[in-house]
Design a protein around this ligand. Structure first.
Ligand code: NAD
Length: 441
């Protein structure tokens, strides 16, 4: 099949590459000329595990193409995917200008029946708006389909190649047939392709992300209670997670959710609800709790240093909003940095993949270390903001030699309290009792 993917970000690039992987010919279109040039030259603009191998193979074998020209990119395609940004607008609702802008242009370009598929996360009713935008100029028949994407950054290729489910919202039999054929290779193990109407499909994506945000936030509040009541959140997590109705996943407390999806999608669903006179109270509370959670460690750090961080040197491990990605959008680490800088602390950070993006954003407001141990040199304490695997079993001897004080504030519970205690650390984490080490040097 000939496919076009418009928007070559985290979703578009994975989508395009994975569709090429099953033999389709894919052209990806992006307005970012620098990005497209890089891609044509075989360079990936993002870090996503496993993507490079597939990307290079399909590029070499001529199934994957890139262009900045929309007309050239969609020529001959029977399906056009829109993987465009839908950032929060001024009032928090999704900004549809990218999606509708491209839809309008498509109307002028399409010269034969085409299925236009929206993969971006969009409010209920967007399929109708896309239809109308294309119809303004269209001379041919077309169908608009909602096909929300559920991939997770960090495991995006696996998620795309073997999705838990594929959700397709359409009322067109022709589009249904085409989508079924396209997705068949990805659901051979029997995972469902769920067909539904466009509105339900659009809402499914927001409902899924919002539910996960609720689950994370619920555990973060349980963690806060654990600290106050003398309980251990790890035990509570295991205790409830073994109940099938609750499940083991997404029960890890931490310094809040971030990324380009959960924060904006929860907010957008709250705004969509308001538009139909419904106050989505749980989600409003989730947003409030999560905002506090991102800087939850800062008062703890302050308290340890007798309420003043002026002149303190703080090592920060982790900048990405989660491990295995270079994505820093809405990363809790950025909020911690802001709060610590405002208190007069200096920061030296290390992240395996996300330093480039943060350097671009913050310039020389903080320092960056070449590796995780260099970040500790002379630091008054270590703060952990992202649970990269490489932080889990560090060389503790090296850590001890570099740190000025054996003090760790762990926002992702990567270490065991007992181990830190045995090594004489002062160690505070989320939802577990603090390990009170000796006061600093
Ligand atoms: P992104 O910002 O990484 O990528 C968007 C791309 O679109 C950019 O490369 C940008 O240059 C390009 N673009 C903007 N305007 C364009 C235009 N007029 N023509 C062509 N290209 C244009 O975004 P993303 O993270 O890939 O997300 C895309 C959509 O998918 C969003 O709606 C998002 O909510 C949703 N989504 C994201 C994820 C995720 O994990 N990132 C997962 C599921 C769904």
């Amino acid at each position: 099949m000939r496919i076009a993917v418009v928007g070559t970000g985290y979703v578009g690039l994975v989508t395009g590459t994975c569709f090429a992987e099953t033999g389709n010919t894919v052209t990806c279109v992006d307005i970012d000329q620098v990005k497209v040039e890089k891609l044509i030259n075989g360079q990936l603009p993002i870090y996503e595990p496993g993507l490079d191998h597939l990307f290079l193979r399909n590029l070499k074998e001529g199934r994957l193409h890139f262009t900045t020209n929309l007309e050239e990119g969609v020529k001959g395609a029977s399906i056009i995917f829109l993987a465009l940004p839908t950032p929060p607008g001024e009032d928090g609702s999704a900004d549809l200008s990218y999606v509708l802008g491209v839809a309008e242009s498509l109307g002028k370009i399409l010269d034969t029946y085409t299925v236009v598929v929206n993969k971006s996360t969009v409010p209920v009713g967007t399929a109708d708006k896309v239809k109308a935008a294309i119809a303004k100029n269209a001379k041919v028949e077309f169908d608009v389909v909602s096909n929300p994407e559920f991939l997770r950054e960090g495991v995006a290729v696996d998620d795309f190649m073997k999705p838990d489910r594929v959700v397709i919202g359409t009322s067109s039999e022709a589009a249904k047939k085409l989508m079924n054929t396209l997705y068949a290779p990805y659901v051979r193990q029997g995972n469902p392709v769920i067909f539904m109407d466009e509105r339900s499909s659009e809402l499914t994506k927001y409902a899924a992300n919002s539910f996960l945000a609720v689950k994370i936030t619920f555990m973060n509040e349980i963690a806060r209670l654990c600290e106050r009541l003398g309980a251990d959140v790890d035990m509570v997590r295991r205790g409830i997670g073994s109940d099938d109705r609750i499940g083991r996943r997404f029960l890890f407390p931490g310094i809040g959710y971030g990324g380009s999806c959960f924060p904006k999608d929860v907010q957008a669903l709250v705004r969509s609800s308001e538009e139909v006179d419904y106050a989505f109270k749980i989600l409003e509370a989730v947003m409030d709790v999560n905002t506090e959670q991102k800087t939850y460690l800062v008062p703890k750090i302050k308290r340890y240093f007798n309420d003043s961080l002026k002149g303190k040197k703080i090592a920060l491990w982790g900048l990405a909003f989660k491990p295995n990605t270079d994505d820093i959008r809405e990363a809790p680490a950025l909020y911690i940095i802001d709060a610590l800088l405002a208190e007069g602390a200096g920061i030296t950070a290390f992240d395996p993949e996300a330093m480039k993006g943060v350097k671009k954003l913050l310039g020389d407001k903080i320092e960056f270390a070449a590796n995780q141990y260099d970040a500790l040199e002379g630091a008054d304490c270590l703060v952990i903001a992202t649970e990269w695997s490489v932080f889990r079993t560090p060389d503790f001897e090296l850590m001890e030699n570099r740190l000025k004080n054996k003090v760790v504030f762990d926002g992702r519970n990567v270490f065991e309290g007992a181990l830190m205690e045995s090594m004489g650390y002062h160690y505070e984490s989320i939802g577990r009792q603090p390990v009170k080490g000796a006061k600093g040097k």
